[in-house]
Write a protein that binds this ligand. Structure first.
Ligand code: HEC
Ligand code: HEC
Ligand code: HEC
Ligand code: HEC
Length: 154
């Protein structure tokens, strides 16, 4: 008896082959070359990330020139908060003194990032004030020096 493949199966097989070929082709053209070089990710990504410019200098770098500020800071409640938490990335400033990119968080909301009253916060870990009630007529830094919040300026 002759081996017989019904035409609907042939068509199905053909569709299957076309589908798989198309899939392999598309996959080949979309997957980046270095994918899988080290693991389930693009091998080149490592070099690209390592090549990004450094933005944060780290507090140690700041102290080379601003030791005086750190001495104030060490004596008070903000001692554990590093400079760049408030002033933003300071690598460029540390290298060439350029102050334009530094942040100076002088408005009430900036202090509020950590201190505004919020039920979800543990109030005995970071003390909270209601920004709408606590001395609303002034900015925080007019009374609390940011590097030494309890050396009041009043
Ligand atoms: C090589 C020395 C040097 C290093 C390192 C350095 N600074 Fe400065 N910084 C200066 C000088 C000089 C000024 C301008 C005079 C001043 O205000 O003390 C300044 C000013 C500032 C100011 C005031 C900017 C303004 O607009 O008034 C801030 C804030 C500051 N630095 C933060 C930092 C931080 C944060 C770091 C660490 C990431 C840092 N600095 C590292 C030298 C340095
Ligand atoms: C809690 C946030 C905070 C931290 C932490 C902080 N600063 Fe500041 N800093 C400020 C604010 C706000 C001002 C602006 C004060 C003003 O204009 O009266 C300021 C001002 C400055 C100035 C300008 C001169 C002055 O005394 O006003 C320098 C320089 C400076 N900071 C450096 C530093 C360095 C260096 C560190 C780390 C040792 C640091 N800051 C940590 C918030 C902070
Ligand atoms: C990155 C978070 C952060 C920012 C921003 C910040 N603080 Fe603080 N602050 C703290 C921590 C942490 C403490 C120590 C825990 C405490 O005593 O609440 C503290 C303590 C204080 C205290 C003493 C509270 C107490 O009774 O012990 C005052 C006052 C204060 N900060 C004022 C300010 C002011 C003013 C600003 C804005 C210039 C500011 N803080 C910005 C985290 C922050
Ligand atoms: C007019 C001056 C003045 C201004 C402006 C001011 N404070 Fe105070 N702050 C005080 C005094 C005085 C105390 C201590 C007595 C009290 O708790 O009211 C205090 C207490 C605090 C405490 C400790 C609260 C506690 O439960 O122990 C924090 C945190 C604080 N302030 C943060 C801020 C922040 C953040 C701002 C800006 C949104 C700010 N303060 C604005 C004078 C001021």
């Amino acid at each position: 008896m002759r081996f017989y493949i019904p035409p609907q199966l042939l068509r199905l097989g053909l569709a299957f082959v076309i589908f798989v070929t198309l899939f392999l082709f598309i996959r080949h053209s979309l997957v980046p070359e270095s994918f899988g070089q080290y693991g389930f990710y693009r091998g080149e990504a490592l070099g690209e990330i390592a090549g990004l410019p450094v933005r944060f200098a780290g507090q140690k770098a700041c102290l080379e020139c601003h030791q005086d500020i750190d001495e104030l800071k060490q004596q008070d409640v903000h001692s554990d908060i590093s400079c760049e938490t408030c002033h933003g990335p300071g690598q460029i400033h540390s290298e060439n003194g350029d102050t334009t990119l530094l942040e100076k968080p002088v408005d009430r909301e900036s202090c509020g990032i950590c201190h505004s009253k919020n039920k979800a916060r543990q109030k005995d870990v970071v003390f909270q004030v209601d920004l709408k009630e606590h001395n609303v007529q002034k900015r925080c830094i007019e009374c609390h020096y940011p590097h030494q919040p309890w050396s009041m300026k009043e």
